[in-house]
Design a protein around this ligand. Structure first.
Ligand SMILES: Cc1ncc(C[n+]2csc(CCOP(=O)(O)OP(=O)(O)O)c2C)c(N)n1
Length: 326
């Protein structure tokens, strides 16, 4: 049975909707960045949507947590954060999810268990491991999904974290989103190991490679992985092969790859693939898809309108949220 059939209309529609929201939101964000409405860094996730949708779709965010790197708009949308608060954060407005003081790399929501948005490459790996330790210590039932790029996998903190996670059997899934490039560098030029799924084995953590353009494969795997961790806590490691259509950030012309390569990946677009699979199983019509797309575009327009009309943070806000009350 196909995975689309196995999971049915409700689940597949929600995965499609989640990916489409990420895509349309970021197209809009890219456009607003071009108009200089958004300043600072802006790392788009376009092309990688199936990773966030497929993995986060398998969670229960009442007990589970996610933490990631600076390419975080997609994850923030996938956990259900308000697109208005995310757009306002990009605009640096007081109504943003981090009060306009974080920007693109610091999407955060305590309510949705989205622990960021971290700008230092690899810094989320020990922090996520710490959250998994807290879950185990407090005898909770949650799982942490910790995302990072292929550029983060050689950080010392990665190795220390995996070692600790295995020693204490922590409920964490490490996910390397291998989009094949760091900041202008093909990962094969900087990585002694090219099959990154192997990296967990050095710490006796099972590793697996997934196709990050096939959302249903990612989702199916994560439904089972999360279930196995809830039954008995342990760490897991996944390399999810994906591709970003845009440059590293808005200022990257992406000259390190050929137009043909980019085109080849666009032919495996995760949204088009799921749409086609759903159409084949008669789970969506062209008309329903068009309506979904228009509704999502309206949500993104509304987010821009909200951000435009929101106030700048007060100057005094500079001194707030610097220290936590103890
Ligand atoms: C510790 C540290 N070193 C360097 C940087 C600058 N930097 C930002 S992103 C990046 C490349 C990361 O690539 P990857 O993890 O593969 O993620 P991608 O951008 O491809 O999603 C670098 C070197 C940083 N933010 N932190």
């Amino acid at each position: 049975m196909s995975l689309v059939k196995k999971y049915g209309k409700e689940t597949t529609l929600s995965l499609l909707q989640s990916m489409l929201l990420m895509r349309r939101f970021e197209e809009k964000a890219g456009q607003m960045y071009g108009l200089r409405k958004i300043g600072g860094f802006c790392h788009l996730y376009i092309g990688q949507e199936a990773v966030a949708a497929g993995t986060i779709g398998a969670l229960d965010l009442k007990s589970d947590y996610i933490i990631g790197g600076y390419r975080d708009h997609g994850h923030a949308l996938a956990v259900g954060m308000d697109p208005k608060a995310i757009m306002a954060e990009l605009y640096g407005k007081a109504t943003g999810c981090s009060k306009g003081k974080g920007g693109s790399m610091h999407m955060y929501s305590a309510e949705k268990h989205m622990l960021g948005g971290n700008g230092i490459v690899g810094s989320q790996i020990p922090v996520g491991t710490g959250v998994a330790w807290k879950i185990k210590y407090m005898e909770e039932n949650g799982v942490v999904l910790c995302y990072f790029g292929d550029g983060a996998i050689h950080q010392g903190a990665f190795h220390e974290s995996l070692n600790l996670a295995k020693i204490h059997d922590l409920p964490i899934i490490y996910i390397v989103e291998n989009n094949q490039y760091g900041m202008g560098t093909d990962f094969k030029r900087v990585s002694a190991v090219h099959d990154l799924a192997q990296m967990g084995y050095a710490y006796d953590i099972p590793g697996k490679q997934l196709n990050g353009m096939q959302v249903m494969e990612v989702y199916d795997e994560f439904v089972n992985a999360v279930k196995s961790i809830r039954e008995k806590p342990h760490p897991l490691f996944y390399e999810i092969k994906t591709y970003r259509y845009r440059g590293h950030s808005m200022s990257d012309p992406a000259k390190y790859r050929t137009p043909e390569e980019l085109e080849e990946y666009k032919q495996q677009d995760p949204i088009s693939i799921l749409l086609k699979q759903m159409q084949e199983e008669k789970l969506i019509t062209e008309k329903e898809y068009k309506k979904m797309d228009n509704d999502i575009k309206a949500i993104c327009d509304e987010a821009v309108d909200f951000a435009e009309k929101s106030p700048e943070p007060e100057l005094s806000a500079l001194y707030e949220d610097v220290f936590a009350e103890a």
